[in-house]
Design a binder for this molecule. Structure first.
Ligand code: CP
Length: 318
């Protein structure tokens, strides 16, 4: 594997899950694989889980790790080609990327959607430039349209907790005061349908996601109806994807907050969220603190998904 940006890069999911669970049993089996190899983690945006879990995963593999927060201590980077650089951006990504590639063996990149231009975001301009110009295997630590390390961890978690071969998984939009990208829900939909689960997506009108990601899922605008018989409830906010409203908050309707009444409609479902989560906007205290909430084991599996991905990338090095 030379890059990891989407579900298609990881190959058969049954093998990917088996590999992850084997790593989880003994995460130091491959502690020599990364000896004298360096991972560079580049953050254009904030992170808690991705930063710590990916660094830990690389350390489990014996790697050295460097972390660059682009917005803290690095030169401000220009990403557009052809721009006259007479503003506050001192360096162009087209020089910065190959330079960064000189100092490491593998690169992880976090670069969120700007939510100003749908075309720009859905071109994945930043991570695609890293793939093209770094000369190194690149993996996504959440890009503009996908968060595959999160989705891989979500898949591992569902496989660990499911009691049915084909569980009903409900991804529900929930309110949030700020405009958030569609990367997590896009990616979750892509991975859940690839896994063959019964995926139902519920959201208010106007929050339809890109059909390229949701093909194979059922869309249900009535949240109560969607929750009926669910085995897993995956809550997430996202901003509008449609052309007229791209990147906008259309609703903060707290009747969509996941609460105990709604969870009672399910088949004793587990509650999931990628975190960070805004309590009593996305989910009530009662639900996230209940014994059916698996948000912490879900976050713990971020280390495992990251380790499985970095292991594959290390194995691909010449
Ligand atoms: N879920 C997730 O990616 O968390 P962070 O944004 O804290 O990395």
């Amino acid at each position: 594997m030379k890059k990891f940006t989407c579900v298609g890069d990881i190959g058969p999911l049954d093998m990917a899950v088996a590999e992850a669970l084997q790593i989880k049993k003994d995460r130091f089996t491959y502690s020599d694989l990364g000896r004298n190899k360096t991972l560079l983690m580049i953050f254009f945006n904030s992170s808690l889980r991705t930063r710590l879990s990916t660094q830990k995963a690389a350390m489990n593999l014996g790697m050295n790790v460097m972390v660059l927060d682009v917005n803290q201590g690095a030169w401000k980077l220009e990403t557009e080609r052809g721009v006259i650089m007479d503003g506050d951006k001192a360096e162009h990504l087209l020089e910065a990327i190959p330079v960064m590639g000189c100092y490491c063996d593998i690169i992880g990149v976090r670069s969120f959607a700007g939510l100003k231009s749908k075309a720009e975001d859905y071109e994945e301009r930043v991570i695609e430039q890293f793939i093209r110009y770094s000369g190194r295997p690149v993996f996504s630590m959440e890009a503009a349209t996908r968060h595959p390390l999160q989705s891989y961890a979500d898949l591992i978690t569902i496989e660990e907790y499911k009691t049915k071969e084909r569980p009903k998984v409900v991804m529900t939009w929930a309110p949030h005061p700020k405009a958030l990208p569609q990367a997590v829900p896009n990616s979750f939909a892509e991975w859940m349908t690839a896994a063959g689960y019964d995926l139902v997506i519920t959201h208010p009108h106007g929050y339809e996601l890109d059909p390229a990601f949701t093909a194979g899922a059922r869309i249900e605008y009535n949240q109560d109806k969607a929750f009926e018989g669910a085995d897993f409830v995956y809550a997430k906010n996202w901003s509008a994807y449609n052309d007229a409203d791209y990147g906008k908050v259309l609703s903060t309707d707290r009747s969509w907050t996941v609460d105990a009444r709604k969870m009672a409609l399910t088949d004793n479902a587990y509650f999931m969220h990628c975190l960070p989560v805004r309590r009593n906007m996305i989910v009530t205290d009662e639900v996230i603190e209940s014994d059916r909430s698996i948000v912490i084991p879900e976050a713990a599996n971020r280390e495992i998904s990251a380790q499985a991905v970095i292991k594959r990338l290390l194995e691909s090095l010449d």
